[in-house]
Design a protein around this ligand. Structure first.
Ligand code: ADP
Length: 523
């Protein structure tokens, strides 16, 4: 599993997060409890061992001292025999519960120069086992002294041990120290056992906690996951899924509420869909129905229009007005039919590869007359070389014409600039005018159907109020984008971005929406 998937799972899986946090917290608690228990048990065991070893040493030294006092003045042989006995008895006592007990009798100082040296150890241990600092403290004290140290054996082995020592006097011979060296093998084994058992118990406990948490969390998370799954299906348009409600608890209530919400949503959506379908049908039917009488009207009006010379001037003017308004009516009907095609989602792209740069030049040439009438100068940047795109030329031309026509219309006799930019994947066309402009809020509304910044102007010009909304739908049909910028008195800027190949996404904007020639410090 890659680290990313791991992080992802942590971020997005509630169950995983809860289990992870619970196990982590439990690990802390188990660790703390285990180590406290472990240290208390090992302290207790060591303490008992130290106390019993001190007692044993005290009594061994006492017995030895007693026997040595009784043998005061005896021959060297007798004293040596007594010391042998003491060493043997104290180390390997038959039936002694204490295993691995060794003895060392070490000389502190002889009482006379030619006194014999009785320093000895039980056979198995080396004299280096008794550390010097213990010897110093034993010499200074009348009570037994002890330390933990390694016991060295004559065969080279060594093991952890407890060494307890006390002063002893061999009358008339010299001062000695008697040490009992206790092996701690049994205690170490017991402590290892306790340690391992605690570790194992901790691991089992943690696994159990993880398992129990998983089972509990699963019960809670399952309905939540189910709800998420159903909600996701809702977004794809599948409204029939419902949550299963099996119990009577809070989760069941969640399920019931969720299902009720789903039910009501489904009803609302269906109602709205029906309504919208009826409306779309109505618009489409009306537009179709109006076409036939409109054709008849147009034919009749053309007859009247061609004979207008014979009428008196008022009637002739009416004939001209009639033709102009019929033109407008026809355009409106065409736009309405186009809109209803978008709504019914039957609009299709008929893509071919063409030169958009040439298309811009053509549109400008076509609209040049209108521009001249309005004293608007049109400048074009970057159309000197061909830029090929795969798109529906009819739709792209419609967008361009609309943008350029609007720019001329609202330019207020100031120049209009068209810019073309491209990269490997996309092409962008910016149409900039310096005319009336619009409020910032209007830049989003211009794409609404029949929305006009100034409704009174609508009647003075031929626009249907559907141009930009159709342009936006056309752009989106190509996976492209159409955006507007405008400020009152500072003009407007419309930017169309299209992918060079049908269906490709556009990753960046090639022309900044806020025009580079707008130097105002206001946003
Ligand atoms: P129409 O031009 O037929 O009214 P459009 O959809 O083309 O409809 O435009 C909608 C509205 O957007 C226009 O009525 C106008 O208020 C505003 N508009 C469009 N282009 C510009 C522009 N270049 N400058 C200022 N306002 C504009």
């Amino acid at each position: 599993m890659t680290p990313w998937i791991r992080i992802n799972r942590f971020q997005y899986s509630l169950a995983f997060r809860v289990i992870f946090s619970t196990v982590l917290l439990s690990l802390g608690v188990v660790w703390l409890t285990g180590s406290t228990l472990n240290s208390q048990l090992s302290d207790g065991i060591k303490k008992v061992k130290v106390e019993s070893s001190i007692d044993e040493t005290r009594s061994a030294v006492f017995n030895a001292q007693y026997r040595l006092f009784l043998a005061e003045g005896s021959s060297n042989k007798v004293i040596r025999q007594i010391i042998q006995d003491v060493v043997i008895n104290s180390s390997n006592q038959i039936g002694s519960a204490v295993a691995g007990r060794e003895v060392a009798l070490l000389l502190t100082k002889p009482l006379s120069k030619n006194a014999k040296n009785y320093q000895t150890t039980s056979k198995l241990i080396s004299i280096t086992s008794v550390p010097e600092r213990l010897r110093i403290s034993v010499r200074k004290s009348d009570v037994p002294q002890w330390t933990n140290s390694l016991i060295h054996y004559t065969n080279g082995n060594q093991e952890p041990g407890l060494i307890v020592g006390k002063k002893i006097l061999i009358p008339k011979i010299g001062e000695y120290e008697m040490y009992l060296l206790f092996s701690l093998q049994n205690q170490t084994a017991t402590l290892d056992l306790i340690h391992n058992s605690l570790l194992l118990t901790g691991l089992v406990l943690l696994s159990l906690i993880g398992l129990i948490t998983w089972m509990v969390v699963r019960q809670v998370v399952r309905p939540v996951r189910e709800a998420a799954r159903i909600a996701e299906m809702f977004t794809t348009g599948n409204f029939d899924q419902r949550m299963q409600v099996e119990s009577n608890d809070e989760l069941a209530r969640l399920g019931i509420s969720f299902n009720e919400m789903a039910e009501s949503l489904q009803r609302q959506i269906l109602r709205l869909e029906n309504l919208s379908r009826v409306q779309q049908r109505f618009v489409s039917d009306v537009s179709h129905e109006l076409r036939t009488p409109l054709t008849t009207l147009r034919m009749a009006s053309e007859v009247i229009h061609s004979a207008r010379e014979e009428f008196d001037p008022t009637v002739a003017r009416s004939a001209e007005l009639l033709v102009a308004q019929l033109d407008r009516f026809e355009r409106l009907l065409e736009d309405l039919l186009e809109v209803s095609r978008f709504d019914a989602e039957v609009a299709v792209l008929e893509s071919v590869t063409f030169d958009i740069s040439a298309m811009i030049d053509r549109c400008v040439a076509d609209l040049n007359l209108v521009a001249k009438e309005r004293s608007v100068e049109i400048g074009i940047t970057n159309t000197d070389q061909s830029v090929f795109v795969e798109a529906d030329p009819r739709r792209v031309e419609r967008i361009l014409r609309n943008l350029i026509y609007n720019a001329i219309e609202y330019a207020d006799s100031k120049p209009v600039r068209i810019t073309l930019n491209q990269n490997q994947n996309a092409v962008a066309v910016g149409v900039r005018d310096h005319g009336l402009g619009m409020e910032e809020a209007s830049t989003y509304r211009v794409f609404d159907r029949f929305w006009r910044a100034d409704p009174s102007r609508a009647r003075t010009r031929g626009g249907t109020g559907l141009g930009l909304s159709i342009a936006l739908e056309d752009a989106r049909l190509h996976n492209g984008e159409l955006e507007a910028w405008g400020r009152p008195g500072r003009g407007a800027h419309f930017v169309l971005t299209l992918p060079k190949r049908v269906g490709q996404p556009i990753e960046s904007r090639l022309i900044s929406l806020k025009p580079e020639d707008d130097f105002s410090t206001r946003p």
